[in-house]
Design a protein around this ligand. Structure first.
Ligand SMILES: Nc1ncnc2c1ncn2[C@@H]1O[C@H](COP(=O)(O)OP(=O)(O)OP(=O)(O)O)[C@@H](O)[C@H]1O
Length: 340
């Protein structure tokens, strides 16, 4: 478990003091994938760099399992750091070393013997899906392959925690998706705690269990990803959530549907994780003798379940439509009537 208590970081610059992180407290569970999102300058990098002692807090404490990471230095800090891997946006690979030599580097520093190093490197190359590329140089690899080397190198000393600093920001959407799948797989297989910072909500949606939203050095919102997506509390969170859904287009779509479908009742059904797996639409048609057409929809998957909405047209006797509405209320599917 990782615990932050009242953590602050102030940089002294020529232009005065910069409060990069302001009084941040939260906990991250072992084995969790925890996302930190914020715009440029929000303090994400500074915060994540304090997890492995690359920056020291000006105030407050960071506890990693039994170790007070914010209070140790020298040999103790170097030893603790071996249990915290890190990957970067621009990979930070050694360009004159092969894939295998890059991955072996942290093992050399840790004093691991040659035979054991070679065994471990082969295992890591296989784990990240780079079989056959061990003798390639970074310049001969695609962006996604370079990040796989970064991940293998970060895992070399069998860390408890992996820090990801905008690890997919330099990659195209397809490669981003592959790297995120690899991280999810590693999280499951090794029980590794992953902390990632990003400015992209789709990354959070795809792999995180919980998310903290940072603005001006503070954590302004924190919660389960699904809850944050369904009920964002802060304006900045709403802006991030709209990046990952197409809710912004809703008004336009409603107008278009009203014009295109002049008959029947038009409604928007809002589903949350608890009902999305139920065959709600089939049930309605069977139970209430009504015709239902699905006109438009968007379902979004998060790690804790799916949620989303469907625009439907209902045609049938008034009493049957009233019974349909009552049934939807009973099973907690919100129905917003666009045109009665
Ligand atoms: N070493 C430093 N010296 C002085 N100021 C710094 C230093 N590092 C960061 N800052 C300042 O602290 C604030 C937070 O920066 P930080 O890099 O942590 O934000 P961020 O959310 O990670 O943004 P980005 O995604 O652009 O890196 C910014 O105002 C930045 O200029």
């Amino acid at each position: 478990m990782i615990k932050l208590e009242n953590v602050s970081k102030t940089f002294q610059t020529r232009n005065g003091a910069v409060d990069a992180v302001k009084n941040v407290s939260f906990e991250i569970e072992t084995g969790e994938i925890f996302g930190i999102i914020g715009y440029s300058g929000a303090g994400k990098s500074t915060l994540i760099r304090m997890f492995n002692g690359l920056e020291t807090p000006t105030a407050g404490n960071i506890q990693l399992n039994d170790i007070a990471i914010s209070n140790i230095q020298g040999a103790d800090l170097r030893k603790a750091r071996q249990k915290i891997g890190m990957i970067f946006q621009h990979f930070n690979l050694l360009w004159s070393r092969t894939v295998a030599e890059n991955i072996a580097f942290p093992l050399e520093i840790a004093g691991v013997k040659k035979a054991e190093r070679e065994r471990r490197v082969a295992e890591l190359i296989h784990l990240v899906g780079l079989d056959g590329r061990d003798k390639s140089y970074p310049a001969q690899l695609s962006g996604g392959q370079k990040q796989r080397v970064g991940i293998a190198r970060a895992l070399a000393n069998d860390p408890d925690v992996l820090l990801c600093d905008e690890a997919t920001s330099a990659l195209d959407p397809q490669t981003t998706s592959e790297v995120l799948n690899l991280l999810t797989d590693i999280n499951k297989r090794l029980g590794l705690t992953i902390i990632l910072i990003t400015h992209e909500m789709p990354v959070i949606r795809k792999i995180c269990n919980r998310v903290a939203v940072m603005e001006g050095g503070k954590v302004v919102e924190l919660g389960e990803v699904l809850t944050v997506f369904q009920t964002p509390q802060q304006e900045i969170t709403r802006r991030f959530v709209s990046q990952a859904t197409d809710d912004t287009q809703t008004a336009e779509i409603e107008q278009m549907l009203i014009e295109t479908y002049p008959t029947g009742l038009l409604a928007r059904l809002v589903f949350t994780a608890s009902q999305t797996t139920q065959p709600v639409i089939t049930d309605l048609a069977k139970k209430f003798d009504i015709d239902i057409s699905i006109l438009h929809g968007s379902m979004t998957q998060t790690r804790n379940g799916a949620y989303g909405f469907l625009f439907i047209q209902l045609v049938g006797a008034e009493a049957n439509i009233a019974a349909t509405k009552a049934y939807l209320a009973e099973i907690d599917v919100r129905m917003e009537v666009i045109r009665a």
